[in-house]
Design a protein around this ligand. Structure first.
Ligand code: CDP
Ligand code: CDP
Length: 221
């Protein structure tokens, strides 16, 4: 069974995907974390965020790995835990540029398909239902108002212990800019798959979203 969860920034994809994965003992794959890791690698190598060839080389050299520690999924590159760094505003500001690079997308999509293999998997991102897992049995497209997504993101920073000087207005502007870039890029842009179920989570709790997705999965089991 493959479950694809797509949608704009901060719609709640990873939060609900993790809970659903735990309840059903599915493997959870956070594809956004992989593009964020590519961006951290580019930064650490002092590369231009548009330098496709050099970034791909650096990504292959350093690698991207998921490991479970303290009950949390952690992201490692070149042997170092980069789980906090991938969430910083600087990385968020540049990730859409890196994720639009053709060879980076090809490399990540190949890794994502390999990681899912023959297992039951729930994967979240932007192009899962359209490109990575086009035959997924369940496809969900999560949306929420830009304001509520910005408020959730600010709260999320506090909970994760990431310090920020950004106001909710600034976060909302950043999110809107990233959504625009992600939706307008040439290769596999953010788009609802024709057979995806759209859920507007603006007025929903996490538990309600989880229940709704579980009921869609049950229908297919
Ligand atoms: O958590 P948030 O919604 O802010 O973003 P994310 O899921 O961590 O994804 C970060 C960025 O990676 C997105 O803004 C996209 O540019 C890129 N991304 C992508 O291009 N394709 C995916 N399947 C997942 C993420
Ligand atoms: O993965 P994505 O960027 O789509 O969003 P997220 O990082 O899972 O969610 C952003 C924040 O929204 C998290 O702090 C969640 O606790 C919160 N939230 C939610 O995910 N769903 C709701 N219905 C309400 C709040």
């Amino acid at each position: 069974m493959q479950v694809a969860i797509d949608g704009p920034a901060s719609a709640g994809k990873s939060t609900v995907a993790k809970i659903v994965a735990k309840k059903l003992s599915f493997i959870y794959i956070d594809t956004g974390a992989m593009y964020r890791a590519c961006t951290v690698i580019a930064k650490r190598h002092g590369l231009d965020y548009g330098d496709e060839v050099a970034i791909l080389r650096a990504v292959r050299q350093d690698g991207i790995e998921f490991k479970t520690g303290d009950g949390e999924q952690k992201v490692y590159s070149a042997g170092e835990d980069i789980s906090l760094e991938i969430r910083t505003p600087e990385i968020s500001a540049h990730v859409s540029q890196v994720s639009a690079l053709k060879s980076i997308r090809e490399e990540m999509v190949e890794m994502q398909r390999k990681m899912s293999g023959e297992m039951n998997v729930i994967m979240d991102g932007r192009d899962i239902g359209t490109t990575v897992l086009p035959n997924a049995e369940v496809k969900i497209f999560l949306v929420a108002s830009a304001r509520s997504r910005a408020q959730r993101r600010l709260l999320d920073f506090k909970q994760r212990g990431i310090e920020t000087t950004q106001t909710v207005d600034e976060i909302e502007a950043d999110i809107a800019a990233r959504d625009y870039k992600d939706s307008h890029r040439a290769i596999s842009p953010l788009k609802k798959a024709a057979d995806a179920i759209e859920i507007d989570t603006t007025e929903m709790t996490i538990e309600q979203v989880v229940e709704r997705i579980l009921s869609e999965i049950e229908k297919k089991l």
